[in-house]
Design a protein around this ligand. Sequence first.
Ligand SMILES: [Zn+2]
Length: 256
Amino acid sequence: MGWFWNSFQGLPLSPREIEQLVDILKDRQSAFRKGHYSLIWLPSKLGQYDAKEGYHLLANQMENYDLGIPQKLFWSNKLIAKAGVFAWLATRRKILTTDKFRRMGSQGPSRCILCKAQEESVDHLLLNCSFTAKCWRWLCAKLGWITTLPNDIVSLFQGWPISPHNGILSSLWGVNTSCLVWEVWKERNRRIFWNKARKLGSVLNSLEVSIVENINNMLALDLSVGKKNLTDSDDRIRSGWPGIKIPSFLGGIGDK
Ligand SMILES: [Zn+2]
């Protein structure tokens, strides 16, 4: 089918993890069977490949491999791919923070560029840093969620509330964790590689824009998502996330 499995070699994954990814995708490939005159896709009753079914199949298969973290936090089609992949790598501690460079023998500074107070590690940078902690507090407040956050990023993703249903509020909860860690990582890189620092307010603005864009793109593609779940959560979305364009047939501002 034209797949080149060895292309995974460039990812910062262990041989075992590469093996797991290849297994998952091989299963997906073997789901195709050649008929007399055409290819059919077995998981579908009609025999035709469907992206939504394909996504669910893949997500279900990956569930077994991923630390008990709900896979929709990474692989949702409502989320930009870079943010999801980055968050997935972060929960596997596969991103190159400076503590790793030190362990590899680097003599350079390992202080976190955001707070300039502690060593940069995955958990520090993406969760416990005083700068990042303010981002998480902002996000929880926007969601109306009062909670104590854990000390490590894996526990945070494991315990993040998600809904099995489709809907605007559910999608909002589903995309925001990956968007947040991705935004913090971009700010970290901006400071290290471009020597440019944005203030917290500016980073939070970007984060909100990014989350809202994901949801609006979803609504533009599939208005039925809005129909399913816009009841008691309407006011929370309207007041907390004014950028989300709720379709006008739901009493929203989308088409006005
Ligand atoms: Zn820090």
